[in-house]
Design a protein around this ligand. Structure first.
Ligand code: ADP
Ligand code: MG
Length: 229
C-alpha cells in the first residue's frame, strides 16, 4: 500500500443519501451523512431501530447500489468503480460481522476462517495458521474442528469475528454483532472483539443500539433523522 493510502481515512462519506420508494411512498433514510474514520479508530454507530444503521453499513460495505454522494474506502472513490473493482476493494480492505453469524454449516471453525483467505490468494498452510491463531486468540483453540451447529451462539459469533479479521482488513463493519446473544455473552464477545480489533490495528464501525457497549469504543456517532449527530 502507498503512504497516501496508509494515511488516508479508511472511510470517508460525503453527503451520502439513500431513499426507498415502496407503494408510491418515498422515505429518505439517509439525508446527507458525513463521516471520516481514521486508521485504527473504533466507532460506534448508534440509532434506534429503523434509523438507517444497516442501510449505512451496506453503503460503506459496497454491498448495495442506489446511493448518492461520495463513498471513499482507503482513499479510493468507490462510487466510481465497476462491479469487479468494488468486489476487489471490498475483499482487500473490509471485513464483515453480522447479527447472525452466516457461517457455512458444512465447514468447521477453522475452514470457515480459511475460506476467505483462499479467495484472497493465500496458501492453504498460511491460511490455516492464521485461522488457528485468530481462533485461539478468541478462546476457541479447543473448538477448531467443530461445525457451527456444534458451537454455542457466543462461539459461533467468535468464529464470525475471526473470519472478518482473517484478511487483515483496514476496516471491520459490524451490524449489531452481539444483538443475538444474551447480555452476559454479548458483553464478553464484544470485549474480545474490541481487543482483537485493537491488537490487529484495524478500524471498525459497529452498529448497535446498546449505549452501554458503545461507551467502550473510541467515538460514538448517532443517526438521527437521516444525518449523523
Ligand atoms: P436500522 O438498521 O437502523 O434498524 P435500516 O437501515 O434497516 O435501519 O432501515 C432504515 C429504514 O429504511 C427503515 O424504515 C426500513 O424500513 C427502510 N428500508 C431499509 N431497507 C429497505 C429496502 N430494501 N426497501 C425499502 N425500505 C427499506
Ligand atoms: Mg439494522
Amino acid at each position: 500500500m502507498s503512504d497516501a493510502a496508509n494515511s488516508a481515512p479508511v472511510v470517508r462519506l460525503d453527503n451520502l443519501r439513500r431513499s426507498f420508494t415502496q407503494g408510491g411512498v418515498t422515505i429518505d433514510v439517509l439525508r446527507g451523512v458525513n463521516l471520516e474514520i481514521r486508521p485504527g479508530e473504533i466507532v460506534a454507530l448508534l440509532g434506534p431501530s429503523g434509523s438507517g444503521k444497516s442501510t449505512m453499513l451496506q453503503a460503506v460495505g459496497l454491498l448495495e447500489g442506489g446511493f448518492e454522494g461520495l463513498i471513499e474506502i482507503a482513499g479510493i472513490n468507490a462510487s466510481a468503480l465497476s462491479g469487479d473493482a468494488r468486489t476487489t476493494l471490498r475483499r482487500d480492505h473490509l471485513g464483515f460481522v453480522y447479527q447472525f453469524h452466516h457461517l457455512l454449516p458444512d465447514f468447521n471453525a477453522t475452514e470457515n476462517v480459511v475460506l476467505p483467505q483462499m479467495v484472497a490468494g493465500r496458501t492453504a498452510a498460511d491460511a490455516k495458521a492464521r485461522a488457528e491463531e485468530l481462533l485461539a486468540a478468541l478462546g476457541l483453540g479447543h473448538r477448531l474442528d467443530h461445525r457451527p451447529n456444534q458451537l454455542s451462539g457466543g462461539e459461533q459469533q467468535r468464529v464470525a469475528v475471526a473470519r472478518a479479521l482473517a484478511n487483515r482488513p483496514a476496516l471491520v463493519l459490524a451490524d449489531e454483532p452481539t444483538g443475538n446473544l444474551d447480555e452476559a455473552t454479548a458483553d464478553r464477545v464484544l470485549e474480545e472483539f474490541l481487543k482483537l480489533v485493537r491488537g490487529e490495528g484495524s478500524a471498525a464501525l459497529i452498529a448497535t443500539h446498546n449505549e452501554r457497549l458503545a461507551l467502550r469504543m473510541d467515538r460514538v456517532v448517532r443517526l438521527h433523522e437521516g444525518v449523523l449527530v
